[in-house]
Design a protein around this ligand. Sequence first.
Ligand code: UN1
Length: 512
Amino acid sequence: MPTEVLTGTTVAGTTTRPKIFRNFIDGEWVESRSGDLFEDRNPADTREVVAVFQKSNKEDVDAAVEAARRAFERWRLVPAPRRAELVYRASEILIERKEEYARDMTREMGKVLKETRGDVQEAIDTGYYMAGEGRRMFGPTTPSELPNKFAMAVRQPIGVCAMITPWNFPMAIPSWKLFPALVAGNTCIIKPAQDTPLSTFNFVRALVDAGVPKGVVNVVTGFGSAIGGPLTEHPSIRAVSLTGSTEVGRTVGTAAAKTFKHCSLELGGKNPMIVLDDANLDLAIEGALWGAFGTTGQRCTATSRIILQKGIYGEFRDRLVERARALKVGNGLDETVEMGPAVNESQLKTDLHYVEIGRNEGAKLLCGGNRLSQGEHEFGWFMEPTVFADVDRGMRIAQEEIFGPVVSLIPCDGLEDAVEIANGIQYGLSSAIYTRDVNKAFAAMRDLEAGITYINAPTIGAEVHLPFGGVKATGNGHREGGIGAIDFYTEWKAVYVDYSDRLQRAQIDRPE
Ligand code: UN1
């Protein structure tokens, strides 16, 4: 065990030993085969070790796959409404523990309490929605082309599924994957991001307390570099679902293709908000602040480009900058704080690096751009909310996903120009337009290249019963949320029942 773990402090100034969590395999809490550990630190105060987790390797993955493979043989035969009841019970447990789990989440990844409460709530919403699907799971019945023959299609589970989840929605996103997979009858192995394993453990604890049978859900913690490969290459894993960067998506997609796994990739975004001259500016500014700086800009749906028609450009810019400057940045456990830290040092460095890039490209830095490291910010990964103006559509800060509190204002001539700028990127996750003109709103709904479009609302805030995902480099065509998740976690089987008592040949025998 590394010495820093033994001496790590859980609360600044004290020497309480942090709690060590084990992997969860085959219904048991077990140490990793290597015995190596890693720390989960609070990004608002890095002196605090929130907890310690197992640094796993291929052997741990193999053990989890074996357990999941065995468990599948029984779980697939449990009727879907019964499986769904378990998901429902887990959601009720999450309601009871919402405040505790939200606080743990703020401590491990930094976003403010009202947002971490929302994250737990999103898991609860997903559970309730997916529990209902357990009594639907509809498939078509359809007339056969032959007499006395019955035709239908039924949904079947796929088998063992691997989930690789990110740190920005550390309970909501695991729920998007685990709940539908379980209702559909699959068994699962989840690898949470190394920055946020605690929230996944809290989520899985709710499932365990709800009575999930052993081996049906397994948790293996560690680093993508050591266990990403084993998870995406293992021949017994039949589906992989990743939410992460476009770069990791390419690696996972390529590895999964070799063994023909189902593969769902939900990747980057560079989401535009268009504001036309006729918009309600008060509303648009509120939306911009929330979309750009909520979750410290660390959402794949974050508003990172604001495309402004020239008539309102100056007023919008000045009012947004004034509001951004006034945002209170700090520890998310303080209810008055509006924006928390970056999740870790490397993300903060990326954010600050993009400030440099923007400056060098000739964009006008109107506010922010600096690390905050004095006083209450001394031990955290904080930076100021940052606004660049006069950004050209082709600049790197207008093209590349930053994943931090950095927003670019881009002038445009009108709807057509705005849509062209909005679509002129490799990504296509979320998008928004503020206008009072219904004709323009409908044209934008049709023309924006994105999986999600909001009218008079910012780019963040998707609800769990609608499809979530994007086009172009944002993904590979699957959707989470809504019925799309059940589609991903099931295989179709076509079933024909011939009760004619004779050989009937499709396409050949053509009765009158
Ligand atoms: C993400 O950014 O990775 O729509 C997920 C939203 C949230 C989910 C975001 N419900 O902003």
